[in-house]
Design a protein around this ligand. Structure first.
Ligand code: UT7
Length: 328
């Protein structure tokens, strides 16, 4: 079977910075509380008129340039997002139009913060099946548009951004080795937006009750995450016959520094091998792992031949992990 890996990578974050000090002016919170409980110092917010598709398109253009490919070479776009520009239509079609990927089909994957891992897994399988040769996988989010700016419990955690990877065949010994995806289905207020879907359409009353915003039971999600992250990583390693001690860099979903530290401890992976940029961007959902990879590349920390594990969890509740040998 052919080896599938990353031919080009790109990331993009909006320019507007929202710091903890900015949050102090809006809700009853403090830089000290946010820093010690989450590790977040600042995040990026989209501007008025800027959509998730704009972020995704910018990241995609960089990934194509990095892969030395043109948009017309892409046969499929898979976008991981839970903050699409519109309720209907798929956001990946907007990106297809913006970058001019005229030969590409496009669809979205909604698996919240696990979306980038799910999308890479689907993309790899489609290439290995022989159906496609070049697939653009994007994780892009504007979660700042979905949070209740009056809710200090939830809103301060999130930010916006995008990352993109061109997937294709790579040389022997490199690329995606294995992955694992899991779901523990819930139908409650653990982590969701209740109104605005088909079961509870957005009415004036529901808007006034602020049901159109993200609601979360932080403690429940925390407990799930510290269990799911190590489990998924171990399963992916097992699937690929990989020894966890051989992992060079772990890229966890950047949701909360305490969750990441707990997962690393359970996996016996030292924090020096764990990539962190949560202080810069907060939780950017499906963009978070890609933004971490993008920063690690810019810093020269991620190099060809490195064995890396990506691991994430999110609404659904979904979780997953993917192991690859970096091929660029
Ligand atoms: O992609 C997945 C998305 N979600 C997550 O990953 C979330 C996972 N959960 C978490 O990260 C944590 O549960 C939180 C960061 C959300 C909360 O941290 P915590 O240590 O579990 O705090 P808590 O919810 O137990 O709240 C402790 C106190 C409460 O006050 P009382 O009841 O003890 O008086 C909260 O009201 O902190 C209060 N609090 C705040 N105080 C200042 C909650 N949010 C804030 C805030 N600023 N922003």
């Amino acid at each position: 079977m052919n080896n599938v890996g990353i031919l080009g990578f790109g990331k993009y974050v909006p320019e507007k910075i929202m710091s903890n000090a900015d949050w102090e002016k809006l809700v009853d919170t403090s830089d000290e509380w946010i820093t010690t409980r989450t590790g977040i110092k600042e995040r990026r917010f989209v501007e008025e008129g800027q959509g998730t598709s704009d972020l995704g398109a910018e990241a995609a253009k960089k990934a194509l340039k990095d892969a030395r490919l043109e948009a017309k070479d892409i046969e499929l776009i898979i976008l991981a997002t839970c903050s699409a520009d519109y309720r209907v239509q798929n956001c990946s079609s907007l990106i297809q139009k913006k970058i001019g990927a005229v030969n590409a089909a496009a669809f979205d994957i909604q698996a919240a913060c696990s979306g980038f891992i799910y999308s890479l897994t689907v993309g790899k399988a489609l290439i290995q099946s022989g159906m496609y040769k070049k697939i653009l996988v994007i994780g892009a989010e504007s979660i700042s548009r979905l949070v209740d700016m009056q809710d200090r419990n939830t809103a301060i955690l999130f930010g916006d951004g995008a990352a993109a990877a061109v997937l294709g065949e790579v040389e022997e010994g490199y690329g995606i080795i294995s992955s694992y995806m899991g779901t523990e289905g819930v139908d409650d207020d653990t982590l969701r937006i209740k109104a605005g879907g088909t079961l509870y359409p957005a009415t004036v009353e529901r808007v006034e009750n602020r049901e159109i915003y993200l609601e979360m039971n932080g403690t429940d999600v925390f407990k799930f995450a510290v269990r799911a992250l190590p489990h998924a990583t171990k399963e992916a390693a097992k699937n690929g016959n990989v020894n966890l001690a051989d992992i060079d860099i772990l890229f966890p979903h950047q949701a909360n520094l305490r969750i990441i530290e707990s997962a690393a401890k359970r996996l016996r992976i030292p924090m020096e091998k764990v990539y962190l940029n949560i202080h810069k961007y907060g939780n950017t959902s499906a963009a978070s792992i890609g933004l971490a990879i993008g920063d690690a590349l810019e810093e020269g920390r991620l190099k060809k031949g490195d064995l890396i594990a990506l691991t994430g969890f999110g609404a659904g509740l979904t979780y997953g992990s993917l192991i690859m040998r970096w091929s660029k």
